[in-house]
Design a protein around this ligand. Sequence first.
Ligand code: ZN
Length: 279
Amino acid sequence: MSYRLANLQGRAVLVANDGVYDVERHSGGRLPADPMEVLVRYTQLHGLAAELGAHPDAALSSVTLAPCVPRPQKIFGIGLNYRSHAAESGMEPPSTPVVFTKFPSCLAGPTDDIRIYGPTTDWEAELVVVIGGRGRDIPAERAWDAVAGLTCGQDVSERTTQFASKPPHFDLGKSYDTYGPIGPAVTSLDQFADPADLAIRCEVNGVVKQEARTSDLIFSVPALIAYLSSICTLEPGDLIFTGTPSGVGAISGTFLKAGDVVTTSIEGVGTMTNRCVEP
Ligand code: ZN
């Protein structure tokens, strides 16, 4: 059975029946409370999800979820991974993945505020892959087996900082505190008819800015896992922000400001709603 793994006040919870279920308690202690430790044993969540009763511990509408993966060892970001975004950026589609990092201190929850630290802060809706299996040299044919699930992400980017140096240093411009909202939950792959073809959308103040399908990725999820794991050992909880489609604000010179509301949705995963505030 499929699962949706989330984080409530530092404890792993499963989301079902419009509510949350504490993983440690409902597993009778077979699974730990820490969301990072649960990800090591993500394959056991299918069984637990099938055993949940009809009565959640709390209604989903009454709780505030934290980042579903709170302390990843690594967060990879992939640049220019949709042809539409490469074209609007005036760049050739890359022949090797363009990889940067977002430092884990930038993570935020699915309803947390984004603190706007600079005047050229931009939105980037992205599919985020959550690694479940530890591994190196993972072949593309087996790469989905190493995935604990998928979630939504915003690769919020301060463009002036991103391009302040020559060559540009993406890492810092994309790592301001709160510039990495993820969630609402790590959604298992059996939730999707085809996990490689999902609608993704970003709205700002209710206006659609980005709309695409993840089947348009230049480097697919298996290709990215094979490439990254040929260099780094992937660990449970590592995140891959797989890139953003066309429609970012930098193209039109429109950026986020305090008061804006960013809504990020992926088919089958759910929606994040993050309000922009002064730092
Ligand atoms: Zn991005």
